[in-house]
Design a binder for this molecule. Structure first.
Ligand SMILES: Cc1ncc(COP(=O)(O)O)c(C=O)c1O
Length: 428
């Protein structure tokens, strides 16, 4: 099929919400390492990795070999039959994860991982009220939709009660008009009056992303979780870290929450865990996991092929010391973005951790009015130059830059040069 035929069929046969990037969508054909090729053979430097999911590069040979071998041996049996890859990966997660002792439940997506975490917290505490964050993204199941803090993604009015939304740790747009550190981390201390006034005072959980991904790579201040989490625990809730975007060394530490010196009670994973193979995982303190005793099955959860892909991906991250690469190259990327912000007045904020960096675009640095049109133009301009980046944020004005952890210095420099040209073209 030609690109035009594929686009025509996409329009005719897929739900309209399956909405691709770009005025003329990019029909992806193949990928290798940091590069993606479209159907017309044009090569792109991929600095978004299928939404932070291609964590060790497209078609990494070790992941491909592991998936192919597993595909030839055993593809599916359901969780009714234990398999070696499933217990191997569960053991690995328990060994490398910060929660001890812990147990794992495998699913197929971040949505399911989060819904499993919420269900576990509710069953373990016998309570239903949950604190989530404004600007958060949780997935597209009913619970996840009602949990998240962004109207454009919720699609309809709330159907599930019990979620209360705390102020986001969004320093660039502080809801209280304060500045860190003089603010006393007000966004975190405000959780206590939120619990006292908006809930029964008996909460099941607090769910938060260590860096808010879809929200526009919002990085909470350093002591945010050290202040917020004890408040949650004081009221009997457990802390769920949604690590769907931030795990696997992405932020330059093993887990996103490691940047904050707090140990969660439950963690959720998906995206980059299996380099593109569908997967979700919920890691919970063993006593909490033991609350999920009743019948609950994920037909494809723990599937041998996804398990093999995850084991290989984690192996590559460890063997190739990619956490170190995320620190080094993340620093290089951030320095380059900061230099671009000195030249381009439309960049209001540069933020991020490791290889998860963002530019928030504004019409005016004083008023901070979001520049969504500028972000759209910039997205098109980067694509014209052969660079793929993402967009996000409640106002659609944040560029998300997150290459595979295998990226090298030359590729970071190339991306920065292309981004600089695109910023000039879009008059940012
Ligand atoms: C932080 C976070 N949690 C959960 C999800 C949902 O994951 P999935 O799309 O795999 O269901 C996403 C997806 O973007 C996410 O970014």
């Amino acid at each position: 099929m030609t690109a035009a035929e594929i686009l025509a069929k996409q329009k005719e046969f897929l739900f309209p919400s399956v909405r691709p990037y770009y005025e003329e969508p990019l029909v992806a054909d193949r990928g290798q390492g940091l590069h993606l090729w479209d159907k017309d053979g044009r090569r792109y430097l991929d600095f978004f990795g299928g939404i932070l999911t291609v964590s060790v590069g497209h078609a990494h040979p070790k992941v491909t070999a592991a998936v192919t071998a597993q595909q030839q041996k055993l593809v599916h049996v359901s969780t009714l039959y234990p398999t070696e890859p499933q217990v191997q990966l569960a053991e690995k997660l328990v060994q490398i994860g910060p929660i001890k002792p812990a147990k794992v439940f495998f699913t197929n997506s971040g949505t399911e991982a989060n819904e499993t975490a919420i269900l576990t917290a509710k069953l373990a505490t016998g309570r239903r009220e949950v604190i989530a964050l404004r600007h958060s993204y949780g997935g597209r199941g009913a619970v996840a939709l009602n949990m998240m803090g962004q109207a454009p993604w919720r699609l309809m009015e709330s159907e599930i009660a019990g979620f209360k939304h705390a102020h986001a740790p969004y320093c660039y747009r502080c809801d209280f008009g304060l500045k860190y550190p003089d603010c006393g981390v007000r966004c975190a201390t405000d959780i206590e009056p939120l619990i006292q006034t908006e809930t029964s005072g008996k909460i099941a959980a607090f769910i938060a992303e260590p860096v808010m991904g879809v929200g526009g790579f919002i990085v909470p201040p350093p002591d945010y979780f050290k202040v917020a989490v004890p408040i949650i625990r004081k009221y009997g809730g457990v802390f769920i870290a949604d690590e769907v975007q931030t795990a696997w060394s992405r932020t330059g530490k093993p887990w996103g929450i490691d940047n904050y010196g707090v140990t969660p009670d439950i963690m959720t994973f998906a995206k980059g865990m299996a380099n593109g193979q569908p997967i979700g995982a919920t890691l919970a303190r063993a006593d909490l996991a033991d609350a999920l005793k009743g019948l609950s099955i994920s037909t494809f959860g723990g599937g041998p092929v996804s398990m093999a892909a995850a084991l290989a991906t984690i192996g590559v991250i460890e063997e190739e010391r990619l956490m170190h690469n995320a620190q080094l190259l993340g620093e290089r990327l951030k320095l380059g973005l900061t230099a671009l912000a000195e030249k381009h007045r439309g960049i209001g904020d540069v933020r991020g951790l490791g290889l998860m960096q963002a530019l928030e675009l504004v019409k005016d640095r004083g008023t901070k009015e979001p520049d969504a049109a500028g972000a759209t133009q910039l997205l098109e301009a980067t694509r014209r130059r052969g660079l793929l980046v993402g967009k996000g944020g409640l106002f659609g004005n944040t560029m998300r830059i997150a290459p595979a952890l295998t990226v090298n210095a030359a590729q970071v420099d190339e991306a920065l040069a292309l981004l600089g040209e695109a910023l000039a073209e879009a008059a940012i």
